[in-house]
Design a protein around this ligand. Structure first.
Ligand code: NAP
Ligand code: HSE
Length: 455
């Protein structure tokens, strides 16, 4: 049986998981693949570090270059994280014509275009299943399973740490910082965890999915990104009373001409963006959103992720599983190892390229022009005339209120007011809220959370 020797760079949470999973299921994989996978060498930073998974000392080194260059190593697995040395590792391996498996979404987001081009140039491949949504094989789904579809909608809960925090805040009334510490202890969070809670990790993943689904490289700077740092228990409770659950969502939506331009070819009312003839436009964004409790994504809890994909042929599909942690991520790495090993065995170096450019140019719609519904929480003085002032600003901006909720208070007190707002462009909404914030009766910065309708 053919043997493929793996050179692993990184033996931490994910690396340890891959080592353990191959120890447990390596023979099973070999019987299924007709190729045996052997971990030949593992590069780490610190040889003396105590490891939860005991990797034999004889395999360990601190010299990643020697692992990549080792003629016995046929496949390099980058599991170190970061974007600087990791980029060097991946490029060095690809230049030697060695296929690379990576779980590193930050690296792909920052340098994906360069790395995919290098794989192509050197006649090898870059595999990245573990970079998005942990154990869910979503890359394979988009690259192969749905290859005959144009993707019109993709909504993802793609950050396990944020979903874990939001779920425990809702279910137990737990405190943000305490839950984050648990997520770190369980090996879910990035280093530093700001990457998770400020939405950047979800943006890296959403950008990868958008690029793969739409065939043009989405620049991460064009992805509107909001994290969950400002989500309070109060908003979680109000949302629940209104029949919603707050989730951090990655959204990729194809905009039809009608959504962007009116019959006369001009941009739709309140928006500025116009697409050229050769172009199509997509919304690519990450933000906390109110998800109706009746929608399946509202019921994705804890560290679980889910990706909801609508294709023009298949219709709606849903993929669900653990989004972070040692074993879920190891499972995705094993899937890539199997693909890479089969490609080596069959000599099909580029059976399906890592990233497939499409025939047309795509453009990312500026967030200012994205239209959505909103939940707004204001803290106002409870006295006559307050609503009239707020409603007047919204009416002048042509923004409609669908409902107003004010818990019973006492005259003169400061009370919360919740406004549910009809569809409006983001720029118009931002301007209106900034005017509302300046009213003397408004006592703190307005809170605005988008409401997703999944249409
Ligand atoms: P981790 O536990 O911090 O492991 C990183 C590993 O890389 C450690 O073994 C470290 O060595 C090694 N390393 C760092 N710098 C090195 C260098 N210069 N030379 C050699 N080895 C070096 O991180 P992780 O959680 O496993 O994450 C690894 C990657 O997987 C990241 O890109 C992450 O975003 C991605 N990922 C993680 C998860 C998850 O749930 N954790 C899920 C999906 C994707 P020491 O052990 O000696 O410190
Ligand atoms: N920190 C990431 C998360 C790891 O919480 O989703 C999985 O990519």
């Amino acid at each position: 049986m053919r043997q493929v020797n793996l050179g692993m760079i990184g033996g931490g949470t994910v690396g340890g998981g891959v080592y353990e999973a191959i120890r447990r299921n390596g023979a099973l994989m070999a019987s299924r693949l007709g190729v045996s996978l052997t971990i030949a060498r593992v590069a780490v930073r610190d040889l003396k570090k105590a490891r939860a998974v005991n990797i034999p000392a004889g395999l360990l080194t601190t010299d990643w270059q020697s692992v990549v260059a080792d003629p016995e190593v046929n496949l390099v697995v980058e599991l170190m994280g970061g974007t600087t040395t990791a980029r060097q590792v991946v490029l060095a391996a690809l230049k030697l014509g060695k296929p690379v498996v990576t779980a590193n979404k930050a690296l792909l987001s920052a340098h994906g275009e360069e790395l995919f081009a290098a794989a192509q140039q050197h006649g090898t491949n870059l595999y990245y299943e573990a970079s998005v949504a942990g154990g869910i094989p979503i890359i394979k789904v988009l690259r192969e399973g749905l290859i005959g579809n144009r993707i019109t909608r993709l909504f993802g809960i793609v950050n396990g740490t944020c979903n874990y925090i939001l779920s425990r805040m809702k279910d137990e009334g737990a405190d943000f910082d305490a839950v984050l510490a648990d997520a770190q202890r369980l090996g879910y969070a990035e280093t530093p965890p700001d990457l998770d809670i400020d939405g950047h990790d979800a943006a890296h993943k959403t950008g990868i999915l958008a690029s793969l689904a739409h065939g043009f490289w989405v620049n991460p700077k064009q992805i509107y990104t909001e994290g969950i740092r400002n989500i309070t228990k109060q908003d979680i409770e109000f949302a629940a009373k209104l029949g919603y659950t707050i989730r951090l969502l990655g959204c990729v939506k194809t905009m039809s001409n009608g959504e962007l331009r009116m019959g006369n070819g001009r941009p739709a009312r309140g928006t500025k963006f116009a697409i050229r003839n050769s172009q199509f436009a997509i919304q690519v964004s990450v933000y906390p959103a109110l998800v109706p409790n009746s929608h399946v994504l509202a019921n994705v809890n804890g560290v679980f992720n889910a990706v909801y994909v609508r294709g023009d042929v298949v219709g709606d599909t849903l993929y669900y599983g653990r989004g972070a942690g040692q074993d879920a991520t190891a499972s995705a790495v094993l899937s890539d190892l199997a693909d890479a090993a089969l490609d080596l065995k069959c000599g099909t170096k580029n059976r399906i390229p890592p990233f497939i450019p499409h025939e047309r140019d795509g453009a990312v719609l500026p967030m200012d022009d994205v239209v959505s519904r909103y939940y707004v929480r204001l803290t106002v003085e409870d006295r006559p005339g307050v609503f009239a002032k707020i409603a007047d600003i919204l009416a002048k901006a042509k923004i409609g209120i669908s409902s107003i909720i004010q818990p019973e208070g006492h005259a003169g007190e400061t009370v919360p007011v919740i406004l549910m707002i009809h569809d409006a462009p983001n720029a118009a909404m931002k301007r209106a809220l900034s005017a509302i914030a300046k009213l003397p009766v408004v006592k703190s910065a307005p809170v605005m959370i988008r409401v997703e309708s999944f249409e």
